[in-house]
Design a protein around this ligand. Structure first.
Ligand code: IPD
Ligand code: CA
Ligand code: CA
Ligand code: CA
Length: 278
């Protein structure tokens, strides 16, 4: 486990995700004060904000010299998000947090949302935790040490054909990204076994790591949606790039994440459908 002196990053991250997850689950259906961000498809509640504050306080109590990047602390819109990620690239240690990934699901009581917590060291993710409080599933990865679910090492799927692959994607909140993503969905839907869009990018990534899906792509995500899930996939033997095939970094927003075996063929399909984004 990642330790510095006697401080154990992994245990703190797991405990924090667990506390945050229990709290959001207890607030599901009882929240109020729903606001919109970029558009009417992009929601935020007082629970998103409260949860981020709780996570921030817990992490920084243990690690006061670390930096923190959370979705609700960044101004709305892609420019602010790109700037915020740029500003932490060089940071020694930075926690990258999505307090509720799947706010729309949370608001509607659709039981598929998660807490995503990653720790990056000088721009490289070294720890990733995605917690689904509804199903009590804690997905954990440490760089170089594998990825685990309930103490069991996760195995990536072994599908090597698109035709037998189950994929995940999303409906991005930005209109032009949505239009482009729909081209990918249309091109792929009769070439793969099926496509799921369940509304939590972090959980989709965790499901790829756990072998429940063979691949996932989505446009215009943010570092807090992807960072923890990307490490889960890498550590369970999969591959994460941007949709153009460039290696994953914190600044990647158009993500392609697979079991590795279908990576090239999926990427090729996105290119030929002109669905890789900008
Ligand atoms: C959203 C979810 C969703 C994805 C959106 C994200 P949020 O995050 O990950 O699956 O399609 O693009 O913004 O806003 O619920 O944290
Ligand atoms: Ca959001
Ligand atoms: Ca998110
Ligand atoms: Ca969120």
């Amino acid at each position: 486990m990642y330790t510095v002196g006697r401080k154990n990053y992994t245990v703190v991250a797991i405990n924090t995700a667990s506390k945050a997850g229990e709290w959001i689950k207890s607030r599901c259906g009882k929240h109020s004060n729903i606001k919109t961000k970029l558009s009417s498809h992009d929601l935020v509640t007082e629970v998103d904000k409260g949860c981020e504050t709780m996570i921030r306080n817990l992490l920084l109590t243990y690690f006061p010299d670390h930096s923190f990047l959370g979705e609700e602390g960044v101004e709305v819109g892609p420019e602010a998000s790109v700037k915020a990620v740029d500003s932490i690239q060089e940071a020694e240690y930075v926690w990258i947090v999505d307090p509720i990934d799947g706010t729309t699901n949370f608001v509607h009581g659709f039981p598929f949302y998660s807490v995503s917590i990653a720790l990056a060291h000088k721009g490289e993710v070294i720890l990733g935790v995605v917690y689904d409080p509804v199903h009590d599933e804690m997905f954990v990865a440490e760089k170089g040490k594998g990825a685990y679910l309930r103490g069991q090492k996760m195995e990536i799927s072994k599908e090597n054909e698109l035709s037998s692959s189950l994929l995940g994607t999303g409906f991005p909140v930005q209109q032009n990204a949505l239009t482009t993503n729909l081209k990918g969905i249309q091109a792929l839907s009769n070439k793969v076994r099926n496509i799921r869009t369940t509304g939590s990018a972090a959980l989709h990534l965790a499901y790829v790591a756990a072998g429940r899906m063979s691949g996932f792509w989505e446009l215009e995500l943010n570092a807090w949606d992807i960072a923890a899930g990307a490490l889960l996939i890498k550590e369970s033997g999969g591959e994460v790039t941007d949709t153009k095939g460039e290696p994953y970094q914190l600044c990647v927003r158009n993500v392609l994440a697979t079991n590795g075996l279908i990576h090239q063929s999926l990427q090729k399909e996105l290119v030929s459908a002109e669905a890789t984004g900008f």
